[in-house]
Ligand binder design. Sequence first.
Ligand code: NAP
Length: 252
Amino acid sequence: MDLQDKKVLVTGGSRGIGRAIAREFAGGGARVGVHYCANQAAAEHTLESLPGAGHVVLRADVSDADECSRLIDDAVAALGGLDVLVNNAGIYDLHNVLKLDYTEWQQAWQRTLDTNLVGPANLMYCASRRMVASGGGKIINVSSRGAFRGEPDAPAYGASKAGLNSLSQSFARALAPHGVFVGVVAPGFVATEMAADLLEGAEGDEIRAQSPLNRVAEPSEIARAVAFLASDGIGYLTGCVIDANGASYLRT
Ligand code: NAP
């Protein structure tokens, strides 16, 4: 994978899977924009841990359309261009249909869709227009097994990730003639803060046993798949979704 000197923006690069993605790209010689929303200290910690030079920390709330536009401007200015956008930032809020009142239900849907689907759509809009103007680029989106398997306690999350898959494939078709590649990685459970409560709780053993590997993914495994999709020489894979769920949910 030739990532040397690529200019890469990783949303949610401050921690979890995003931190591993930032490290994977930096390890390959890329310049990385480590994006965060609320946790500046985590973003600075990630930045300090990256090999190579030229990396920067960038802040934005991706659920805000204006901040998405500014984030792409900031990334282009700080990195000297933008070759790869990784839409990794996301939230997982519990909102079981039988447990919330109607107002809470609507709030959960709004927040989840704004962050996990509309935010990436806005970032893809802003980034892809720059990429087309500069001759091409790559957009890699981090989806979820929940898009296919269902999320009984977080239906807006599953819907947001199914929407992200469809959005990615629409962009892949629209932008392939302009040299912009779009790929998706759809992880099952990954050992990060997002999944920590579940993995450390009563359901932890059952979740690990969903995979015949009897474990969840390490963030580095997801990062490797993202970097693969960002590498050169695989243009015909545009629009693909890589299942990274340890054979816990197989589909044909
Ligand atoms: P995480 O540890 O909870 O980290 C979430 C990241 O998203 C943080 O960097 C956070 O920034 C950022 N973020 C949250 N809300 C944001 C907002 N409104 N604007 C901008 N950034 C925001 O999550 P993770 O487990 O690494 O998950 C990363 C991606 O993988 C997500 O899209 C998630 O849906 C997906 N995924 C995770 C799993 C899993 O089991 N962990 C499974 C399948 C898919 P701050 O730290 O600054 O708040």
